[in-house]
Design a protein around this ligand. Sequence first.
Ligand code: ZN
Length: 204
Amino acid sequence: MRKPSYVIIHHTAQHSTDETLKTFTLPRTQVSAHYVIGKDGVVYQMLSDYLRAWHAGNSRWGNQLDMNSASIGIELDNDGYHYFDSLQINSLLVVLEKLKRTYNIPTANFIGHGDIAPTRKNDPNWRFPWKLLADKGFGLWYDSIRVAVPETFNHIDGLRIVGFDVKDTSAAIVAFKRHFLQDTTKGMTPLGREVLYNLHRKYY
Ligand SMILES: [Zn+2]
């Protein structure tokens, strides 16, 4: 048992909520998350928030190497190739509000599975509305008006300051662009540097 200080958002990569509920209740799968939210907005709580669940796997955010011990896992029914229904997002926002208030979870600590496991995972998929969440106080976002990036700005350092594991730098860049630019292409771009420069200063 522990008090959670992060919330990790996933898509299930399965075909239905029923399939996921079954997967998470079979001991042999060795996987579960605290919440499953259906496309219809129905919320299933699978285990107590105070218990450690197996949803993050090998992952890292900042200096936190054991994300399962620090986080709540929320799985959204989505096969990875579709937009997220508003009923589902509205239910998610209700759950996040309760978790943030109950456990005093910092605004910056609402992140995705793909953020903490950039070489292995891409969930929630690029269609996930991170900006909407940030507008409600779940996760940080960049300003619409941004200063020019100093030439000396090292974007790998910027990614590390935000929290990304930069052991595989190209994977970290892909994860950053998916989350903050809804862009699935590889490689850092001038826009990416500008957004990251603005964003990383919010993490100091
Ligand atoms: Zn996941």
